[in-house]
Design a protein around this ligand. Structure first.
Ligand code: KG4
Ligand code: ZN
Length: 340
């Protein structure tokens, strides 16, 4: 009988401290401590994030082991996020993972955070797993990329944003509307009650597989400034319709690019990954594409959309199967491409 493999995974690339225990490809625990402190600063403050990781990491790991009901001596390896991310935040997870692996005398596995967002689709949670090759639209606070995945660790960037990431487009639009950080989920919430056709914003003119969101942000800003001049209560009175219109425009851009990628590659297996894949509109639109365009779509469970250690754990397991372990001299890398 095949031996079960237990891996503890650590994620600390940005403002969430997360730990997960996986048994083969099944998640036993996925515990995350969010850092509320950044909301009042309209964004993540790196120095505060690394300090909070320091405080959270031991209790979060302890909780993950407890929920999984396993002892640290049962672990076969430690996986951790090497990058990309904020250096101070990454260092906390990296140092912790190294010391833990050293103390237990078990292998260390470094994980690329962006690959992990995609590989979360291979967690055995009862939903169907992607078939190679597939295209993944990776949409988060720092990334917007169309990626062709030919095997677990064989990825090719087909196109990406030339300026802001789509999560930033959501968060910056929300900021203009006076909503707290991160505003993406709030735009999604208000949009549910609004009419997406109320206000029209134009789409950027960039390459077929490229994205651009900085022009949209400026458009929204100028539009609102003009309206508020005429009616100081404009935002309050039209919040739902404004959010629905912004969301519609952003998701329309994403769907157009996905369609272009599917057409150019002939690949109809389409996945989404990253924090913005929690968005209700893109999820709806993908289900529509599955029904009417002959696509097979892969939509992650909410638990694995925003940053979490479950996705690091599955990536760790897949690397473990390939005996792909890290040297103790490995260091955190703030800038890391999905292909590295
Ligand atoms: O992947 P993630 O947790 O962190 C990064 O690696 O960046 O993504 C965070 C981003 C934020 O910009 C947040 O506003 C956005 O995902 N987000 C959403 C939704 N939930 C999270 N954007 C739109 N609609 C949502 N429901
Ligand atoms: Zn992320």
């Amino acid at each position: 009988m095949k031996k079960d493999i237990y891996i503890l995974a650590i994620e600390s690339s940005c403002d969430d401290t997360s730990a997960s225990v996986i048994c083969n490809d099944k998640i036993l625990s996925n515990v995350t401590a969010n850092q509320e402190i950044h909301a009042k600063y309209d964004g993540v403050v790196p120095e505060l994030a690394s300090r909070a990781h320091q405080q959270n990491i031991v209790p979060v790991v302890y909780e993950a082991l407890k929920v999984a009901n396993i002892k640290k001596n049962d672990l076969n390896a430690i996986a951790f996020t090497r990058g990309p991310g904020l250096m101070g935040s990454l260092l906390v997870g990296t140092s912790f993972a190294k010391s833990f692996a050293l103390g237990l005398n078990i292998p260390l596995i470094d994980i690329n955070h962006m690959q992990a967002h995609i590989l979360a689709h291979f967690i055995d949670d009862g939903s169907k797993m992607p078939q190679f090759p597939f295209i993944c639209l990776t949409i988060s606070g720092g990334h917007t990329q169309l990626i062709k995945i030919s095997d677990y660790f064989e990825m090719e960037i087909l196109g990406e944003t030339i300026d802001d990431a789509v999560g930033e487009a959501f968060d910056k639009s929300a900021k203009i509307l006076g909503l707290p950080y991160p505003g993406g989920p709030l735009i999604d919430k208000y949009a549910q009650e609004g009419n997406p056709k109320t206000f029209k914003f134009t789409q950027p003119k960039v390459g077929d597989l490229e994205f651009s969101f900085s022009g949209l942000k400026t458009q929204i800003l100028y539009f609102l400034q003009k309206q508020v001049k005429q009616n100081p209560d404009f935002i309050k009175e039209n919040l739902n319709d404004i959010c629905a219109s912004i969301q519609y425009t952003i998701i329309e851009i994403l769907m157009t690019k996905l369609k272009n990628a599917a057409k150019q590659t002939g690949i109809k297996h389409i996945a989404i990954a990253g924090g913005v894949s929690a968005n209700s509109e893109i999820r709806k639109r993908l289900l529509f594409a599955q029904k009417h365009w002959g696509w097979t779509t892969y939509i992650p469970d909410f638990e694995y959309t925003t940053d979490n250690a479950g996705m690091i754990a599955i990536a760790g397991y897949l690397k473990y199967l390939q005996n792909d372990f890290s040297d103790m001299s490995i260091s955190a890398t703030a800038r890391l491409k999905v292909t590295e």
